[in-house]
Design a protein around this ligand. Sequence first.
Ligand code: TYM
Length: 322
Amino acid sequence: MITGVRPTGFLTIGNYLGAIKPLLESAEDGTAVFVADLHGLTDADPSTVAKYRLEVVRDYLALGVDSSRFYLYLQSAIGRETALCASYLSPLMSVAELLRVPTLKDKVKGGGPESANVALLNYPILMAADIFLQQASLVPVGEDQLAHLEVARVLATRFNRLYGHDGSRVLIEPKPLALKSLRILSLNGEGKMSKSNPAGAIFLTDSSAVVSKKIKSAVTALPGEMNPNLESLFLIGTLLSENDETRTKFEEFMTNHLAGEKVMGYFKNLLIEVVNRFLDLFQRERKLYSNEDILEILEEGKDKAREKARSVLSDMERAMGF
Ligand code: TYM
């Protein structure tokens, strides 16, 4: 398994629920957990990425990513291997195919491909390289990354078909971990919860007062009605609940709401309580890791990641006859 996050800001509850929680629930020892700092350069300036990359490692550790079971590293620490792998993959895909990737379409919005930088176009190829180099077959990701995983699958299939002698598989075709990936929505109703829309996102570093304010003004539905925003709030509540009793309370609120009762105020109060309890624990845990601890963990992780990456690159080169 492998998981990665771009260090373009502090992590959100969406990052945790979409990618990190599923990883922690099913990962085996030896899983790769990395910070996608090269991917961060597609739409953030280098100094921002440099500022947040150690913070993201601190977030991972505080969330329970145990460095004795998993190896943590910065993508840039094996940047040469990653770039080389991406170079070997690039000829296997056309520009037209990359232009059809929905995330690119979303990012350029009205601007058209003329306004997209080349890094944005190459994004899925670089992501495929991350996955192949660590020989991951399962990738816990939120729904927004499924199209990128599909590109990786296509690339692996093409590479194996072209260069896998006697039907051997040089690259592993990766799959999403969950049958149904999560999509946590923005609190203020505009698309998915993301670091780039801070008002609609709950950051893991938010104070309890900020969380309370954001949830109180979150979009819900009229009594008797359901919509994707309320469903998403309900998911946040049940997934962060520490026990069955709290989960049952959320379910009761939903039943009563659908029956036409006015319970949104109570529902939000419980949600605030549950989110703040989770964040409080996380924030206390976060303070336990010094920069020195983090650098040491990354140094160890880099060695392991590089060793794997070099071995995969040699397999690729041998297969390609290059
Ligand atoms: P990034 O930094 O955008 O997000 C990190 C992970 O969090 C998930 N996520 C969400 N899940 C549910 N609801 C949301 N609102 C939400 N917001 C974010 C994302 O789906 C993602 O799993 N391209 C990746 C980083 C990456 C990567 C990789 C991941 C680079 N190479 C190789 C896995 C394997 C990204 O931009 O993540």
